[in-house]
Design a protein around this ligand. Sequence first.
Ligand code: PHE
Length: 352
Amino acid sequence: MQDQLNALKLGVEQGVAQAKTSADLEAVEIRYLGRKGELTDLLKKLPTLEPAERAKMGASANELKRQMEILIASRRSQLDQESLSKLSETERADVTEPGNRPLEGHLHPMTKAINEITEIFSRIGFVRTRYPEVDWDWFAFEALNMPKDHPARDEWETFFMDAPVSKKGKMVLTPHTSNAQVRELERGEFPVRMINIAKCYRRQSDATHVPMFHQFEGLYVDKGVSIAHLRGVLDYFAQEFFGPDRKTRLRPFHFRFTEPSFEIDISCGVCGGTGVTADKQKCRMCKRGWLELGGAGMVHPNVLKAGGVDPKKYTGFAFGWGVERTYSMKEGLKIDDIRVLYKNDLRFNKQF
Ligand code: PHE
């Protein structure tokens, strides 16, 4: 039996020496030391031996098993080490190689403009509101002192909804944000300091118009509000949004829902309001030193009444400007066709 054990030892030693992979090694282990391996077979013969011989062989077999296990384990760790060091040669990582930059999105320029406008007005106590963008004729026109069939309505090239007519008239896609005025007055809380920013819709499309655009509508109603307050707020906004050197100008105009009414101009950022550039050329941005922003005026008494407010007690001003138009007048932007804002051309959007 000792001979057989010696032969087994030799077999394991050779097998281990020849094993090139851990799979080879495992095969050797199973063949000699496994549950159905050669050593197990040998041990089955122990009961047939003389008691003294049996004890000796049993001890010897156990010692052999222990040594063989150590041998296999050390060869295994050697093989693992080798395959690891090979890996570092074949799959070397260049840690200095520049990484792949993840694609990072950002807000659309109009969203940014809306956020900025909201923030500027919030600093002087104006609260951003949300009113319907599909509204009744009453709020869009009639309550704003524009009776049915009044020719002034023609200026708001309106989309009408194919929806049931109610006491408040037909439903329209809001052609301006002024529908918020009477809705806000109806709340009956004073002072009213509203900034309503919403989508507006008109049947129009050219370099300075898109059929869906945004307006921001300011409304301030309290006791003793005057044109001086309007001026103050406009100048404040112009300086915050466009820069400290910009000025506003009120030009007489006509709206049905304000009296008196104005168009608001802002001094041109390119020529500094002179209409002439530094190299003595006529300014191509404005031609006359001023850019037209939008409408404003003192809230008409009929509008106050429509909102349930006594015009003898309260006065107020309102203004409503296009977000796209106002934004495109920022210094250095030179957007000469506002339709690019909605073309979804990433080459354009990524610049902001
Ligand atoms: N709603 C007007 C327009 O769309 C602008 C405006 C708002 C004028 C408020 C005066 C007061 O042109």
